[in-house]
Design a protein around this ligand. Structure first.
Ligand code: FES
Length: 524
């Protein structure tokens, strides 16, 4: 039996076989529903509200997640719900809001070209991120940045992190093909946007990204990345015809080199950019995301590593986490019994984005609502018990006109895990070099998340070392600047290859002391 499903507010509707998982229906029809954990029932990002005559029974896990009143009003998780009757599906504002693309753009208006890849024409440089893609159209003769655009990575429907997506690709060859198609389509859409609808004017394309993103784009097997030994099939830079992107006939694709399985060509591109302006001294470069890459530079030597920081800072795996989109709480200040917060787009609050999460954690600790071990005290007006869940209520139902914006004890634990992974990684890298944090002349924080956080909050919760403010810099999309150089200049491509080959990779997961250090850094 076929039924009709209509998604709101997008208005997308279509038929579905009775009994299909609602998340699958949404994927098939092209309706966006967040799926941070990839549909494994481990988050709340796929929360939707159903409207219809016969609501499906809530699954047992959903009865744990939603209150009785929420279940009564039709709240369910799309990955846990099979529908057998026609219905309307209201997608949560946490999920359907367009991501804010601040921090995706490169700030430079020109890239340096010593050895041009082409004497003239246009090229497209793409940073293929797990969360967003950022593209720059570059004049290959002058290096001028002609136009820029960014797009949410449409692969997000298969999970917010590379492990969810890679795991899905491994289990299901059809999904692997779909993940490749989504990446190709997104790059083609960016080419269309930045060229004003004339992508056939682009003759060169350069792409950087983490190894899983690159493998999926190139249609390579991800097994070696998703399972031990966590090694890429391809580490060297790679050139091939840029087919399928709708570019000029004969256009070429250049994919940047990797340092290791989880230190991808996006980090190499960021290093390429940073090494130009910071060729001396002792510095650390951190690109914070679902997987955080860290490089330590000292006396001309480069050591790189990655830490599994998870999706918490990108709004994933948290009760009310969301991307930086209208309605996302981005700053919190607690004054006595009350919390004041800033919301992106001056909208009603619907969730917390990464900078809001960091800010809230720092404030909860400062106000003594959370103790050093991360335990949430019960005797503050902002804290309540819901069943066996203790949570901070930032905005109640009356303020949101829907589910409240809350931050639970489990959310606090997830953020502690993320920040402890990053800090333990940095600690071990410093130890490996025989130095302490005070030896760092500079701490460079790259990436869109890194650009918008309050570094004081990151220091307050122990994610970054307590150094004077002048030693920190927020770089924004350094990978975007680096891939622009790789696109236009043979010398930059060679230099990127040298960086990837000569950087010493420190495998933190293989170090027996990582776990001990990680636990020690859980405290706030
Ligand atoms: S719980 Fe449904 S995607 Fe995570």
């Amino acid at each position: 039996m076929s039924i009709r499903v209509s998604f709101q507010p997008s208005g997308i509707d279509g038929g579905a076989p009775a009994g299909e998982l609602l998340l699958e229906t949404a994927r098939r029809l092209g309706a966006r529903i967040g799926a941070s954990c990839g549909g494994r029932g481990k988050c709340r990002s796929c929360a939707i509200r159903l409207e219809g005559d016969h609501l499906p029974e809530a699954s047992a896990p959903d009865r744990e997640v939603f209150s009785a009143a929420e279940l009564e009003s039709g709240w369910r998780r799309a990955c846990q719900t099979r529908i057998s009757q026609s219905c309307r599906v209201h997608v949560s504002a946490r999920t359907h809001g367009a991501a804010v693309m601040h921090g995706q753009a490169m700030t430079a208006t020109r890239v340096g070209i010593a050895e041009p890849v082409a004497a003239s024409g246009l090229g497209l440089a793409v940073d293929l991120g797990t969360t967003n893609l950022a593209a720059s159209l570059i004049d290959l003769e002058t290096g001028a940045v002609v136009a820029q655009a960014a797009l949410e990575n449409p692969q997000a429907i298969y999970g917010g992190d590379v492990i969810s997506r890679g795991g899905r690709a491994l289990r299901d060859p059809e999904a692997a093909g779909e993940l490749r198609r989504l990446a190709v389509t997104a790059i083609a859409a960016l080419a269309h946007t930045v060229t004003g609808g004339r992508p056939e004017t682009v003759h060169h394309l350069a792409v950087v990204g983490n190894s899983v993103m690159q493998h999926l784009l190139l249609g390579l097997a991800v097994e070696g990345l998703v399972k031990a030994p966590y090694r890429p099939l391809l580490s060297e830079a790679h050139d091939r015809p840029a087919e399928d992107f709708g570019l000029a006939p004969g256009a070429r694709l250049h994919v940047g080199p990797n340092i290791a399985g989880f230190v991808g060509s996006d980090h190499v591109a960021a290093l390429l950019d940073v090494l130009d302006s910071e060729p001396q001294g002792c510095w650390a470069l951190l690109d914070i995301g679902t997987n955080t890459e860290i490089s330590l530079f000292r006396d001309g030597r480069l050591v790189s590593a990655s830490c599994p920081s998870g999706p918490a800072f990108e709004g994933g795996a948290l009760t009310c986490g969301m991307r930086a989109a209208p309605g996302a709480v981005e700053r919190v200040r607690i004054h006595g019994d009350r919390a004041d917060f800033g919301v992106i787009g001056d909208a009603d609050p619907v969730g917390l984005c990464g900078s809001g999460v960091l800010s809230l954690m720092a404030e909860l600790r400062k106000a003594g609502i959370v103790d050093r071990r991360g335990r949430l005290g019960g005797d503050h007006p902002l804290v309540r018990e819901r069943g066996h869940v203790r949570e901070v209520v930032l905005a109640g139902e009356a303020e949101t006109g829907g589910p409240p914006v809350t931050f639970t004890q489990a959310d606090i634990r997830n953020v502690q895990l993320a920040k402890a992974a990053i800090r333990a990684g940095l600690d071990l890298m410093l130890e490996h070099e025989g130095i302490g944090p005070a030896a760092l002349d500079r701490v460079l924080v790259a990436g869109a998340f890194g650009k918008y956080i309050d570094l004081g909050d990151a220091v307050a919760i122990g994610m970054l070392p307590d150094l004077e403010a002048g030693r920190f810099s927020q770089l924004g999309n350094a990978a975007g600047a680096g891939v622009g150089r790789m696109l236009a200049c043979h010398g930059a491509r060679r230099r990127a290859g040298e960086i990837a080959r000569t950087a010493h990779h420190l495998d933190l997961g293989a170090r027996p002391d990582f776990q001990k250090r990680f636990i020690a850094r859980m405290g706030l």
